[in-house]
Design a protein around this ligand. Sequence first.
Ligand code: AMP
Length: 593
Amino acid sequence: MPSFSETGLSPEILQAITELGYIQPTPVQEEVIPFILENDTDLIALAQTGTGKTAAFGLPLITRLDFNDKSIKGLILSPTRELCIQITKDLQKFGKFNESFKVVPVYGGADIRHQMDMVKKGADIIVGTPGRLVDLLNRGNLNFSRIKWVVLDEADEMLNMGFQEDLHLILGNTPAMKRTMLFSATMPEAIRKIANKFMKNPAEIVIGQRNAGVINVKHEYYMVHAKDRYLALKRVADMNPGVYGIVFCRTRQETKEVAEKLIQDGYNADALHGDLSQAQREHVMNKFRTRHLRMLVATDVAARGLDVNDLTHVINYNLPDDLEVYIHRSGRTGRAGKTGISVSIIHTKEGNKIKDLAKMAKIEFLRKDVPGGKEICEKQLFHLIDKMENIEVNQEQIDGFLPAIYSKLSWLSREELIQRFVSVEFNRFLEYYENAPDINVKHETKEQGRRDSREVKFTRFFINAGKVDQLTKQGLMGMVNDVTRNKQILIGKIEILRKFSFFEIENDYVQLVEKAFNQANTEGFEYKVEISEGEIFSQDEVVRKKKKSAPSYEPKSSFGGRFDRNFKPRGDDSRKGRPEKKFKKPGTSKYRG
Ligand code: AMP
């Protein structure tokens, strides 16, 4: 499709997009706009965020609205309040020249009565978050009986956020004859189920590869020891003086820690996580949007709905367990036709995870060496020089001061002057990176790996979770990291058996690990962990030994200790015997495969 004007969009819409400066439709718009204008079938469109999806459904929807009909005709569901507001603003811009066009956003965390009033005054399209929509439906405040179009935007995110039930309820309140359009970056099974239940023979439009990353994004990774992760982050930031990106962390705690360290070290950074109030959250996001912050350290959940288009970098301070999460994260850069870099800082045991990600998402990862001090200093220096060359001199403002400055500096030669100006800005880097060590993990041979691991002594732990609990090696490592809040602990061999598992912890951290799990247990953590003795056995051996004698896999102390309040031994069906979970660690399911 060469231009917007040939699509059948209304003259008012064409006028609006000309004003917005849209010249050429994006690939998703090329496919979706004519489809919505010319068809009445349901639609599943797989496309990344930032590819122009909002206009892809918004422009044809507004074109097709019958403005004589005063009922609500379109419903757009969005996973987050920020996206909801963004979509509304976009639609208002698209409908600017359709005088009677009205779009009303409804989302949580804002005055519901005001939203009820707005709805009452009439709307062509409602844009809402699932929770608030359910609330309004329950209050009898929304009449969806004449809805003609429903759009599920970022449907995969909505499911990730646990809105499945709300979706069912909302869609159940819309007429059977409506048309449903689902937009998603990925196509997990749960979306397929929603589509099967609520859509009628949907057409599928796939932009780029299914479940694939954005093509404008380069994927790079650095391999360091877990203890050097933060140093690596700093070096990546220092090597990219114009960095404007999100640093993704696993937990709130880690988010806070990393942001605090960055701030202390003089970076324009801040944290975005679930412990912030809505006002604090808005404040941080605004600072980031206006680029007063160069690095936003965030959890996946907190960063949802943050609509920033021109990020230079997405930095994975930790690799997510989930392929889709990686794709979502990296899709936050390389938007609106720009290029971006998704950087992952991984430790030695995550090499395979990179390979898996590359294979599953069909993306190419480039392993890069963490830059050394000399390289970084050079980069920073030339950035500074470039900046100086390109700076606009405000002659009028400084003219008055210059004679005095010239006279004060007259004793310095040209070379000395340059040296001093450069040093004012640059000494911080020179000092910091003087003698900076190489923190790259060398591409080691198997033999070296074995030799290194022989030098570290490990203690073996038992945990009462195994394959039946869908525990994975990666999940177990994450659990140790989360519970101890310490990522420097070296974890040795891990064996996941059917109902329980073993893992090795380097001896220096044994007490810390024991204490951390005990502490977690008092708070209702769902698994028990104990030091174990003897060799690691296969499941069969364990069962045989158990029958014969006192099992050597039994932990030193039995589970009848002081943290046993919740624990009931499992019967044959391990799930039935599971303790009531008083407290489930946020994202506990991430330990599962
Ligand atoms: P979205 O995927 O809807 O969040 O859009 C991403 C960004 O691309 C937004 O800032 C849009 O304003 C912009 N955009 C959408 N379509 C076009 C287009 N055809 N030409 C230029 N920019 C666009």
